[in-house]
Design a protein around this ligand. Sequence first.
Ligand code: ATP
Length: 300
Amino acid sequence: MSSVTVRVPAKVNVQLSVGPLRDDGYHDLVNVFHAVSIFDEVVASESETIGVSVTGEWADRVPVDDSNLAVRAARALAKHAGRTYGVDLVIRKAIPVAGGMAGGSADAAGALLACNELWGLGLPREDLMEIGADLGSDVPFALMGGTAVGTGRGERLAPLTTRGAFHWAFAIADGGLSTPTVYAECDRLRAATSSKIPWPEVDPDLMEALRTGDPHGLALHLANDLQPAALALRPSLATTLAAGRAAGALAALVSGSGPTCAFLAADAAHATRLAQALAQTEGTYTAIPTSGPAPGATLL
Ligand code: ATP
């Protein structure tokens, strides 16, 4: 086999509840992931050494050295296998970079699946998820796809069966936000108030809306504890959220650590109309209609 291509989805967090800061610097989370049909592709070809190049709209924002998450994933897999393997990785980038849609984690997941195949390792997906968890807490979900409840740092995952499709429009902002900076801002905002941070719990009404495929029920229960921090760091996002609500979105929220904003629609045509309206909003680079749940990393 000389070349393998893997397609891997972006995600939105339909519930992101952030617990108190732990001694190890992490937070306990309830993180309900939902994969959407915006895909990066990772092409892995035979090579003597491990290297990466990136094509597509966001390519110039992605590092092509050893800090690239796909390279780190390939190295971690080779180490796990106990061999010196090489691979030439090409990432075809469609997921916004530093957008709160876990694009880097998606590429890491894509590289794990592609190299597992290219190198003939035959590891089960569960093993790849375990290796991926060390690279980033969103990597196991990019391998799993669909809709899933993450607990712990977000890396303990339980798949959730949902009905039908949910339709979304995503407003991609000019420029990204760093996830660690957004968590730090969340801690800072919380430290400034005296209220006790509740232990994160799965919202049973949200689960029911997902299980029954009810976008109106889901709209009532979307929640993101990082949203105030993202809005504090990027106040223009309030305008984006308001524009989507004014255009008729069932609900609007910041996706993960932002600055991408997610707008829930009643159906596919509604999502397309919302995206058209959002594309005109100041500060929005582009707007994309899409749907979920999308499958996890898939060999093409
Ligand atoms: P998350 O939602 O998981 O917090 P994100 O979507 O906000 O992440 P990413 O697109 O994953 O952010 O990228 C975060 C940073 O990681 C980028 O600014 C970039 O410097 C670095 N990075 C490393 N490898 C990659 C990659 N393959 N694709 C994108 N970014 C990468």
